[in-house]
Design a protein around this ligand. Structure first.
Ligand SMILES: [Zn+2]
Ligand SMILES: [Zn+2]
Length: 161
């Protein structure tokens, strides 16, 4: 859990405080950390609204979307958010309870939204054969030639003309 104790900030509104975190919070199966997550934040309270901005950095274990090879992805993100006391928020706002600001949900969102739509081990990755599952970066299987020639009835006709 990435938790900030707000007791001091809530008592002295308008003052800016810094927070540093380094650790491996559990984000469930969606996010697999390869090394500890580092977060830096500056925050302040104003009428119980907490404004917080900062940066996160970590390395994630991911898989290539085409060939499924395991690899790492260097992730860096920024944030600039407002947290409201629980029970006073609108639909899409982050909240805190009592005097504890938990950043887990926000960090989860930053990572999920910040990852590229397609993660590739290499832009030229050939991926896996959809028929036999062979990694086409390693060897070319037989499936593709079968597909375009012999199993295609029109390919045979081609020879007649
Ligand atoms: Zn790949
Ligand atoms: Zn194949």
């Amino acid at each position: 859990m990435i938790d900030i104790n707000l007791s001091t900030a809530l008592k002295s509104e308008g003052e800016t405080y810094s927070y540093e975190y380094s650790g491996t919070p559990d984000f469930g199966k969606d996010i697999d950390l390869n090394e500890s997550l580092k977060l830096h934040a500056d925050y302040s309270a104003d009428e119980k609204r907490i404004s917080i901005k900062g940066t996160i950095h970590t390395v994630l274990n991911v898989r290539c979307d085409r060939c499924l090879k395991e690899m790492t992805y260097d992730f860096a993100g920024k944030f600039d958010e407002v947290f409201l006391p629980e029970g006073t928020q609108g639909e899409d706002e982050y909240t805190y309870r009592s005097e504890t600001l938990c950043l887990d949900k926000m960090v989860y969102d930053i990572i999920m939204l910040g990852l590229p739509h397609q993660l590739l081990c290499d832009e030229k990755c050939k991926g896996l054969c959809p028929k036999c599952g062979q990694d086409l970066n390693i060897t070319q299987c037989e499936c593709e030639t079968n597909d375009t020639d012999e199993t295609n009835p029109f390919a045979k006709l081609k020879g007649l003309f």
